[in-house]
Design a protein around this ligand. Structure first.
Ligand SMILES: Cc1ncc(COP(=O)(O)O)c(C=O)c1O
Length: 583
């Protein structure tokens, strides 16, 4: 294997000095195997047995600033083929542009880490994989089965060829992607990632092949993040990533609490509750979480009034197409939220499964012809609202991305981006929990987004989804304008995501003084079911379940039903509201 960058190949990442006997052993092994390097080259840490086959070079050197699709292609061509055999340890630093290293490092978050997270040690068996790079070494080490005993010889899938993404076109214009067991050894089917690697154990950070794509994609989209030591790690989707993040940053014993939108993703609430982490709501408006509301909540926090909960040091937010409200924070709103969080030293969990489902601006009357859609991947990237990650000079954001809403949820695959310290703690947890995402998912996604589509093809896929969701959103809004009593039901046209949040003016209900909001909600919900439509009760998403709701809401989605069915469903919802209000 060719020598890779002169980095510290065996660096073990620790958020605190080694304490245990085991950690000391690993740290001294690390010191013995470190290369001596120039200061510039010290930064990227190419750990483990991952390398570049054909040329002895450093990947980052060829990156233009900012990174472009063409820049990635040129960089990869110059770098040569990626060599990342079974259980290789890799790291985003291998794949980042060098300009990242000229920036200051992220702040340290030791004061936030929970006792549980602080007590995690590296998994010794995973760390042992680094010795596999020694030439001639015969491994009697890891309990990795031989690929010769894997009963799957090959897989193939037919996928669209960009830009022909319509389902009906795939039969004629699609491409067949084949994955064999020994493609790397035999130089077949791209020869970078095969079933012998993917079906075996891997590292918790994810396979180098997909991690490279994810790191490049993150840099293309976010700019890169404005601090030096940002990294990505693959996840088993954002649900699991959030659970790990909460356990990393919140400690029940410290009375830790989390802030979030007044109405939030119900699974996030169900994740926090059993951890003993209390969740408190922040007021929202049509643009989602209000920065001034956040400031006020933090500035006036009273532990006693809040049942002993400490002033929250973590914000969980869904900035684009928020679940359930569908609200999207504009660029200035995001900057304001980031500023408030910096001022109050609050860490941000940016959960963005809907980021790439930003749609065309709505023009009314079921149409969105206000501005033409982006025609090129570059224009598409420019059209996206800047992320919190892209503003994160401190390294106070842990961003969660997911393939669920934009490729397939059954992949159970996503990734986080955060500072080296935070990602390292995350990986330590993953090592003893899921061990990282499924190899089968990783190889399928890699073959699709990297080899079959490439960055440009993937962005064109997202551009296709943008128009699909715009069309669906426009259809449900047209139905609302047609069938809902406008004096009773109101909504903000969503700019991203898959949810439309309908507010029903409960104050006009004939029994408003006798019935609670929850009772009226119950009546309308039951009537909806009777009439044949499921709309989700808004109260299920309240951040503070013990506080009376301020309004009456229903969440609807335009993600799946046909346009005709959506129209029928909204008509039924309107009838249920009218019936409840005696109209
Ligand atoms: C805000 C939010 N986060 C996370 C998820 C789940 O993501 P994943 O499938 O990656 O676990 C959802 C799915 O509904 C969601 O709405």
């Amino acid at each position: 294997m060719a020598k890779i960058s002169a980095a510290t190949p065996y660096r073990i990442l620790l958020s605190r000095p080694p304490t245990s006997h085991l950690t000391r052993r690993l740290a001294s092994a690390s010191a013995r195997h470190s290369f001596s390097t120039s200061p510039r080259r010290l930064q990227p840490s190419n750990v483990g047995n991952v390398g570049l086959a054909e040329k002895d070079t450093i990947i980052g050197d060829q990156a233009p600033e900012p990174l472009t699709i063409e820049g990635i292609k040129a960089r990869r061509a110059k770098a040569g083929k990626l060599v990342a055999p079974t259980a290789s340890y890799s790291d985003s630093d291998m794949f980042k542009s060098p300009q990242s290293y000229d920036k200051p490092k992220a702040r340290r978050w030791d004061h936030l880490l929970s006792q549980e997270s602080l007590s995690r040690e590296p998994c010794v068996l995973k760390q042992a994989a680094k010795y596999l790079k020694k030439p001639g070494l015969i491994s009697l080490g890891g309990g990795l089965p031989s690929a010769s005993n894997f009963p799957i010889d090959s897989l193939s899938m037919r996928v669209p060829t960009p830009p022909h993404f319509a389902e009906a076109e795939v039969a004629s214009t699609g491409q067949d992607v084949r994955i064999g067991k020994y493609d790397v050894r035999d130089g077949r089917n791209g020869g970078v990632y095969d079933l012998a690697i993917a079906l075996n154990y891997g590292q918790s950070v994810g396979a180098a092949q997909l991690l490279r794509w994810v790191t490049e994609h993150t840099e293309l989209v976010h700019g890169p993040p404005p601090y030096a030591d940002w990294r990505c790690a693959l996840t088993v989707g954002s649900t699991g990533a959030l659970e790990q993040a909460l356990r990393m940053l919140c400690d029940r014993a410290r009375g830790d609490a989390v802030l979030t939108e007044e109405y939030t993703f119900s699974t996030a609430l169900e994740t926090a509750a059993p951890l003993g982490v209390r969740v408190f709501g922040v007021p929202t408006d049509g643009e989602g979480l209000r920065a001034d509301g956040l400031d006020e909540v933090l500035a006036t926090w009273d532990e006693k009034e809040r049942g002993g909960a400490r002033r929250p040091r973590v914000l969980y937010t869904v900035p684009s197409g928020q679940n359930p409200t569908g609200a999207t924070q504009g660029a200035q709103r995001r900057r304001d939220i980031y500023e408030v969080c910096s001022r109050h030293d609050v860490f941000i969990l940016e959960d963005e499964p809907y980021y790439f489902l930003q749609m065309q601006p709505y023009g009314g009357g079921g149409a969105s012809n206000v501005v033409p859609p982006p025609e090129t991947p570059e224009a598409f990237l420019r059209s996206l609202i800047p992320s919190l990650l892209s503003m994160d000079t401190d390294g106070r954001v842990l961003r969660m991305d997911s393939f669920s809403k934009v490729v397939v949820p059954g992949s159970r695959l996503g990734w986080i981006t955060a500072s080296e310290q935070v990602v390292e703690r995350y990986i330590r947890h993953a090592e003893v929990a899921s061990q990282g995402p499924s190899g089968i998912s990783q190889v399928l996604l890699y073959k699709l987004v990297d080899e079959a589509w490439g960055h440009e093809g993937y962005l064109r896929w997202l551009m296709h989804l943008r128009l699909e969701y715009t069309r669906r959103r426009d259809a449900i809004l047209a139905a609302c304008e047609r069938y809902l009593p406008r004096d009773l039901v109101s909504w903000v046209p969503p700019a991203a995501g898959m949810f439309l949040w309908l507010q029903v003016d409960h104050t006009q209900h004939p029994q408003a003084s006798a019935k609670s909001i929850l009772e009226i909600e119950d009546d309308i919900f039951a009537s909806c079911i009777d009439k044949g439509v499921l709309a989700i009760r808004g109260s299920w998403f309240r951040a503070e379940q013990d506080v009376a709701p301020s309004g009456l809401f229903f969440r609807t989605t335009f993600a799946a039903a046909s346009e005709d069915d959506m129209a029928r469903a909204i008509e039924r919802f309107g009838a249920a509201v009218r019936e409840s209000f005696g109209r």
